[in-house]
Ligand binder design. Structure first.
Ligand SMILES: Nc1ncnc2c1ncn2[C@@H]1O[C@H](COP(=O)(O)OP(=O)(O)O)[C@@H](O)[C@H]1O
Ligand SMILES: [Mg+2]
Length: 252
């Protein structure tokens, strides 16, 4: 994997023993539960044609979005991917679908070019644009070269076909995306994945803004699985603070 200058990748900075790692493990566990419930609904016909891409299997694609900018979508995508690959040993692919403000390539210190925008504009195949990371089971499709007309180039159904094209190679595919309120891309992408997670910056994003985003997503898809509360420190009661019940390993 070619590194973008000498920057340190998020993989090196992520502490697997940290509280954050524990929360991401929990999130993966909960996703399995939520996914299994949806798959069961779909197979028993109790949900009106949710059309999961991979019903009844463990393989799945998840879209990460939020109501507004800087709520932690890309950070959540990256950490979820690292935990999935490293702790759960799943073959994991991250796709940066934020053509306007992409950051997955920065987080992993890899080149941005030859990614999603080239797939959409030049017809490169999925396998040509997959980049390896320093983690065996973690691969990335970056946003690709900068384009001036992301609204025209963005094509949710083609991205859905890309997910289909590579899905045999992965256990878990995580799509990072722009926010719901300013851009329609995530609403369109929601129909192409098995589940959607809404990241909310606790203590900052207004309730009405989150409700509006939720309504937009639930109006267009039944795949909203839940919310990831980011920025929890100092915004919720003490019992949400993991330091309150630290459980450290003893050596003797
Ligand atoms: N839980 C957190 N604690 C501290 N900083 C965070 C946290 N989550 C995100 N950030 C920082 O906030 C900024 C925006 O996060 P990012 O994941 O890029 O948001 P988005 O993709 O939603 O725009 C980044 O600088 C990131 O490092
Ligand atoms: Mg982002």
């Amino acid at each position: 994997m070619k590194r973008e200058n000498s920057a340190i990748s998020i993989v090196d900075r992520f502490d697997l023993e940290s509280n954050a790692a524990t929360e991401f493990r929990r999130l993966i566990h909960n996703l399995n539960g939520a996914y299994a419930a949806k798959a069961k609904q779909a197979s028993t016909g109790s949900s009106s044609g949710s059309g999961l891409r991979n019903p009844g299997t463990d393989r799945k694609s998840i879209l990460i979005t939020s109501a507004t900018v800087s709520e932690g979508k890309s950070t959540t995508t990256a950490f979820l991917g690292i935990c999935s690959a490293k702790l759960k040993e799943r073959r994991t692919l991250l796709i940066d679908c934020d053509l306007r403000r992409p950051s997955i390539h920065h987080l992993f210190s890899i080149e941005r070019e030859q990614g999603l925008s080239e797939y959409l504009t030049e017809g490169l195949s999925g396998t040509r644009i997959i980049k390896k990371t320093e983690l065996d089971r973690l691969d990335i499709i970056t946003a690709g070269k900068h384009i001036d007309n992301p609204t025209e180039v963005f094509d949710a159904s083609r991205i859905g076909r890309l997910v289909d094209e590579v899905s045999d190679q992965y256990d878990f595919i995580i799509l990072d995306s722009p926010p719901v309120l300013p851009v329609s891309d995530p609403m369109l992408l929601a129909g192409e994945v098995d589940g959607v997670l809404l990241v909310v910056k606790a203590g900052e994003t207004q309730r009405d803004v989150v409700v509006r985003a939720r309504d937009l997503l639930t109006g267009s898809t039944d795949r909203l699985l839940g919310v990831v509360l980011n920025n929890l420190n100092n915004s919720l009661p003490y019992y949400f603070n993991p330091n309150y019940y630290r459980y450290e390993t003893t050596k003797d």
